[in-house]
Design a binder for this molecule. Sequence first.
Ligand SMILES: *Cc1c(COP(=O)(O)O)cnc(C)c1O
Length: 371
Amino acid sequence: MYNNIRTPYYLMDENLIIKNLEILKSVSDRTGARILLAQKAFSMYSLYPLIGRYLSGTTASSLNEARLGHEEMPGRETHIFAPAYKEDDFKEIAKICDHIIFNSFSQWKKYAPFAKGAECGIRINPEYSEIETEIYNPCARGSRMGVTLSAFEGEDLSGISGLHFHTMCEQNSDTLWRTVLEVEKKFGRYLTRMKWLNFGGGHHITRSDYDLETLIRSIEYMRDKYDLQIYLEPGEAVALNAGFLVTEVLDIVKNDIETAILDTSAACHMPDVLEMPYRPPLSGSERPGEKKYTYRLAGPTCLAGDIIGDYSFDNPLKPGDRLVFEDMAIYTTVKNNTFNGINLPGIVLRRRDGAVETMRSFGYSDFKSRL
Ligand SMILES: *Cc1c(COP(=O)(O)O)cnc(C)c1O
């Protein structure tokens, strides 16, 4: 793809993002729920003016993310949640965030005097989640994420105007519906005193099999029963299936199996492949053995486990071939790194009208400046 652009590069597609944004906006339009971009999944701020036309604002996990949302999506809401805030950061957080969510009553008590201009909320832990990957499960035993009911009871709620839960990951709305009932069972008596409730992220709203009606029912249920403004803060759903990672084959090596060494790395450029772990979709390929030629695709780093996965093709691979990984807009540019001195992929945007523009390219100074 685009043989004149140096690989590796991420290709973000504006039309595919707009398709997602239209679905999200239809949910807001039908329910009055406000939807925020969770920047930790996707922070391509050159698109924030576009995103801000469809969504109500951004949410952040740190002062830096909050600043980015505040600066690049001006006039929209800026929310923040962090497991704990640093004193040095908090003054500025209070200045730029209109919603500040605390992870404990001790943090709330410490910062309440400085947070007067903001809507303040508490993240609750409903101790209910259907996430099976432990590192993504905020309701795992002993989790530091959110206040459990037993720690919540007896606390003074004056000054707290909302609650927040985030217990989902890449899930459909049937999970949300069960979660909402669980939240109500445990925290319902506190909801009557709140103005807003944030359903967090992890809603795969823009996936083709997502059940929008159950999402809408869940929002309306809480909205109407407790008279709440509902917020959602999806990350993935905003840029799901809206980006690609284009790479070139550098060499083919044999040792029982054939491995194609690429100029992109799982460890550096798609860390969730190793962390989650998962096998990213690749255009024109099938599972190993399904097509005639099977290869293991691996990165150029010294990490033995820098393996993307096994794939099969109609034709043999050779050095210089370009391969296109799919669904590479989310949790990539925000997480990538220069381990081994491997260059960061460029960031290229395909505009609505098909024009292709290189937004960023990276080199030695990006590697050196962090060391
Ligand atoms: C990660 C996270 C999100 C976004 O999650 P997605 O799975 O990308 O939708 C939203 N809110 C909080 C508090 C998060 O930690």
